[in-house]
Design a protein around this ligand. Structure first.
Ligand code: PEP
Length: 257
């Protein structure tokens, strides 16, 4: 983390877990155990149907709410889809874009990620853009090239003014939901490379200000070590974000003086 130049953000990704009726009890429990988040912003990204309850329940515990996806079009005949404006209208602040599960199961590509990034920024949402390599790609030694391409494509034609709102989440696919965490050095190396890509595209001032998270089995035990890396400015957390004590412990780790 480097709190002098950028925001630390701890974001939960509930995925397809937690019903609307689960939201308030979770928020009440989290409120009781989390210490005041002085140094980091906390976000819960929830399924669409949970969002109204989440905006309401998290309002007074200073937790921002995010969606897990959006449609790249502003409105129209896209049955079953949700547009950025609809999320903004609800009070949603963040949106996860290009999570590896969406790339794997729903055919999302770097190009569709770029379209969604533009749609989110246009509407005033802050995108959390996920990038990451598979185990095969890591073993082939192409991680940095691959991540560079993912980041460049995701940010294509995004202005310097707007890119400040983008959060990048480095999520090695082999570490998501597997209990296998990248070592702090592995995660730190890729996050540093991501910042270098942003520096090349937008210059040092902007690169220094962008929040880059690590995601992949981050938990209450490994969070402090991962967050100690200078280029890891927070976490995107799946499994551990479903349990208030575990999520609170990660937030508290990000809040250490
Ligand atoms: C994720 O889904 O973004 C994630 C990192 O999941 P987990 O923490 O469960 O590995």
């Amino acid at each position: 983390m480097n709190r002098k130049y950028r925001k630390t953000i701890i974001a939960g990704n509930w995925k397809m877990n937690m019903k609307p009726s689960d939201v308030k009890p979770f928020a009440d429990e989290l409120k009781n155990i989390v210490s005041r988040a002085k140094w980091c912003e906390t976000v819960i990204c929830a399924p669409f149907v949970d969002l109204p309850a989440a905006v309401k329940a998290f309002k007074d515990c200073r937790v921002s709410v995010g969606a897990e996806n959006l449609n790249e079009n502003p409105k129209g005949a896209y049955t079953g889809e949700i547009a950025a404006d609809m999320l903004v209208d609800l009070g949603v602040k963040y949106v996860i874009i290009g999570h590896s599960e969406r790339r794997q199961y729903y055919g999302e590509t770097d190009i569709s990620v770029n379209k969604k990034v533009h749609a989110a920024l246009e509407a005033g949402l802050q995108p959390i853009v996920c990038v990451g390599e598979s185990l095969e790609q890591r073993e082939l030694g192409i991680t940095i090239e691959l991540i560079t391409l993912q980041v460049k494509t995701a940010l294509a034609n995004v202005s310097a003014d707007k890119v400040r709102k983008v959060v990048i989440a480095y999520e090695p696919i082999w570490a998501i939901g597997t209990g296998k965490t990248a070592t702090a050095e592995q995660a730190g190396e890729v996050c540093c490379a991501i910042r270098a890509v942003i520096r090349n595209l937008y210059g040092a001032r902007i690169a220094r200000a962008i929040t880059i998270q690590y995601g992949g089995s981050m938990n209450e035990k490994n969070a402090a070590e991962l967050l100690a890396q200078p280029d890891i400015d927070g976490g995107l957390i799946g499994g551990a974000s479903l349990v208030p004590e575990k999520f609170a412990a990660i937030i508290n780790a990000a809040n250490q003086e």
